[in-house]
Structures are given as structure tokens and as C-alpha cells.
Design a protein around this ligand. Sequence first.
Ligand code: SF4
Length: 238
Amino acid sequence: MTDTLQADGLTDEALKDLAERAGRELEDSSASDILRWAADTFGNGFCVTSSMEDAVVAHLASQVFPGVDVVFLDTGYHFEETIGTRDAVGAVMDVNLITLTPRQSVAEQDVEYGPKLHDRDPDLCCALRKVKPLEEGLTAYAAWATGLRRDESPTRANTPVVGWDEKRRKVKVSPIARWTQDDVDAYVAEHGVLTNPLLTDGYASVGCAPCTRRVLEGEDARAGRWAGRGKTECGLHG
Ligand code: SF4
């Protein structure tokens, strides 16, 4: 990382220009080079978010930015395998693991909104347990990295490798946007990267337990998320 950070003191408009230019210039760059650009540009103002479906982006980032902040959102509804993956990542990887939690526990939310809000109003449940906590957690950063890939679903087909997150007014880095599932599998195998055990148990995408099912043959990777509820994204990436 350089001593002088390119992003220091920039206005939101300048950050937006920087992100959009980087998105064009880094489109054909490797995931490591994209993350190196982010580390050099933002330093400690940069974090990786991880759903702990796998630790590929966290691993990539830790190679170019040892000790990088890796942010995990604990909704209170995760599979125990996801929490186990989070704990393993914190134990074996050179990252600073940060767990964000919603303002209310599940029990407190049940008292205020009634039980199983995820079945009755999943948008509100995601807003309370995902979107709001992440927005609060990201205030400490100018840029965040995600593991979004264009091949995951039609809604992600135009994901830039670096772009501007207008909702949060942050630079959003998606270093593996151009990767396929085969690329992910190859990286995992080559580097022995931690993955959520549910990925080998029929789950192609892992979210909260009440809103995630196994995928069927021929379905896209995210078909098991909020199946039958007319919802495809939690609001973190919309
Ligand atoms: Fe609630 Fe389901 Fe969203 Fe998790 S994925 S926050 S349980 S609606």
C-alpha cells in the first residue's frame, strides 16, 4: 500500500468519477490487481464484506492487503454452518474479522413485528436485519468489496468490477464479477480456501436459513433464495 492514498479528501462526486473510471480501466484486470488498486487507493478505508458462502474474496484480499477488514453480517438467522465458516475464517486467515448485528435480536423483533416476519414481509425483515446494519457498518469506509458475479443471476449480469454505490455513496468493488463458478471452484481447489459446507449439500447460494433452500437441477444459483416469495435480492446490492 502506498503512503498517500488517492482517495484521501475526495468529495462524493470525485469518488464517483474515480470509481467509474476505475471500472472501465480495470475491467480486464485480475481480481488481485483490482483488490490491489482498492488497497492502494483507500487503505484502511476499504473493507471486504462476506456472506461466508465462501471465503474467496476475503482470501484474495488478504494476499494483497494482510489484516484487511472482513465484515460479516450476522442476521441471527444464519445456518450454523455459516457461523462455523465465519469462525474458521477469523481463525486461519490474515484478516480482521468484524461481525455486524442488527439493533434488535430476533426475539426483540418478534415482539415488535410478530414472529416470522421473514415469511410475511421479507423486504422489511431484510431492511431491519441486513440493509440497515450494513449501512451503519459501512460508514467507517469509503469503499467495500463484494463477491458478486455476473453469472449468478440476470440481476447481476451488469455488475462492474468497480462502480459507485449510489444508495450508500461508497465505491463498490466486485473483483470476481467476471468469474464463473468454475473459476471459483478452481481458486478454492488451488488455494484450499474455506467454503461453507452447505455448498456441497445442494445449496448453490447460502443466505438466512428461513429464506434459503437447496437448488434443483437446471435452476440458477440464486433460485433457492426467497423461493416463491417474488424476491431475488435482499437490498444490499439493489
Ligand atoms: Fe430476514 Fe430472510 Fe432477509 Fe434473513 S434473508 S433478513 S431471515 S427476510
